[in-house]
Design a protein around this ligand. Structure first.
Ligand SMILES: *[C@@H]1O[C@H](CO)[C@@H](O)[C@H](O)[C@H]1NC(C)=O
Ligand SMILES: *[C@@H]1O[C@H](CO)[C@@H](O)[C@H](O)[C@H]1NC(C)=O
Ligand SMILES: *[C@@H]1O[C@H](CO)[C@@H](O)[C@H](O)[C@H]1NC(C)=O
Length: 366
């Protein structure tokens, strides 16, 4: 092998080098473009409306409305956050019926309550279940864990925007000390450790943080068959403004307040992540893209890759347990191992997608 390498001529070296570069360009090119070239431009702060909203958010005082607001929830969880200086609040959108999944999350990534001296708090956001028995079980679950917020609306895919508004209201009213909020779904794998590390590395008092996998120029769905259908009249623009995929995104407390202030001016029939994106846009906040968020993709597992990324979608119960155990065992990954892990994650996830596309094509031709 060594002898063979020594005998290579310059143009052969060039060829190998070119291939390595091409491989990397194909693998990481899209990420690079998204991360550095496609960042959305912030809205000009000179816009009077934007300035008004930001001023309103700054002055927002929820203290007098606390009692009233707490009555609008079935389970208000008002004490969960009070008196604590929370660095990161994770809010997990969960279906009332999925008790098992919530317990798994409690045992895995949501078991982290401190990183260094910073407090991490996890809450589950639920709608009302259809059955009385489930409701009783949820009351018991809430008593033993104290980490549930339950709205008075029916849990359904159409009511996720309502849930989002409920959560935003909860944050600004009952957890104003939380510096950052992670919104995510129960099917996600979240590496809370790498996420907190990243957030700690930001400036001392960062504002306008609205970060996730940014979706550019999405077309509104105007198909009445789709569950995200809404009346086109309510949104006339050709594209949605850039927004963060609802699978997982992080906002700072000031963004929660700004979104809350404008939330009654935006149609509720929009998909929940688009809704937040439009609210943010009105308040002059541009989403920040990070390719460490997976969006809807399931990232094929590799330990050092998972220690670096923030999220992966569609994680099965058994995977969640094993993967969390492996990444939280304290074993470090060197830069080279992380690099190799990322390449491996990329390649396998890409091949997996190809397999999926091929199956799709086959099922279409049937
Ligand atoms: C609380 O709600 C009641 C009924 O909805 C309303 O009449 C009252 O003004 C509210 N109080 C505050 C302080 O907002
Ligand atoms: C959760 O964390 C505590 C310490 O913070 C630890 O003792 C416990 O074993 C953890 N639970 C699980 C299921 O990992
Ligand atoms: C959303 O919640 C409201 C209030 O509970 C309920 O009336 C409505 O039926 C729910 N929507 C869906 C589609 O379930």
């Amino acid at each position: 092998m060594q002898v063979a390498l020594c005998r290579l001529r310059t143009h052969q070296w060039c060829f190998i080098l070119f291939n390595i570069m091409l491989f990397h360009a194909l693998l990481f090119g899209a990420d690079f473009v998204e991360e550095y070239l496609l960042q959305s431009l912030p809205v000009a702060y000179t816009d009077v409306k934007v300035l008004e909203i930001r001023e309103q958010a700054r002055k927002l005082d929820m203290e007098s409305r606390k009692d009233n607001i707490s009555k609008s929830y079935l389970i208000s969880g008002v004490d969960a956050c009070s008196g604590q200086d929370v660095f990161l609040l994770s809010v997990i959108f969960s279906n009332p019926a999925n008790r098992m999944r919530r317990d798994l999350i409690r045992q895995t990534w949501a078991n982290v309550t401190h990183v260094k001296e910073y407090t991490i708090l996890t809450m589950f956001a639920l709608g009302k279940p259809n059955s009385e028995t489930t409701q009783l079980e949820i009351l018991k679950e809430s008593e033993s864990h104290g980490d549930i917020i339950e709205g008075s609306f029916l849990e359904s895919s159409q009511n996720q925007t309502l849930k989002t508004i409920m959560v935003i209201q909860w944050i600004v009213t009952f957890c104003p000390s939380a510096r950052f909020v992670l919104k995510t779904n129960e099917d996600m794998f979240v590496n809370i450790l790498s996420l907190v590390d990243y957030l700690l590395s930001l400036r001392i008092h960062p504002e306008d943080i609205y970060m996730g996998r940014v979706i550019h120029q999405a077309l509104p769905i105007r198909d009445p068959q789709s569950y995200t259908f809404f009346i086109p009249k309510q949104y006339e623009e050709k594209f949605y403004p850039d927004y963060c995929s609802g699978t997982a995104y992080v906002i700072s407390q000031d963004v929660a307040r700004k979104v809350y202030v404008v939330s009654n001016q935006v149609p509720m029939s929009l998909p929940s992540d688009v809704f937040v994106g439009i609210c943010a846009h009105h308040a002059g906040i541009a989403p920040i893209h990070s390719s460490r968020f997976s969006g809807h993709r399931h990232i094929i597992y590799n330990r050092c890759c998972y220690k670096f990324i923030f999220t992966s979608a569609g994680t099965q119960d058994e995977e969640l347990i094993v993967e969390w155990r492996e990444i939280s065992d304290g074993k470090k990954c060197s830069v080279l191992q992380t690099y190799y892990g990322l390449v491996s994650c990329k390649v396998w996830t890409y091949l997996d997608k190809l397999k999926y596309l091929k199956n799709e094509a086959l099922s279409f031709s049937d």
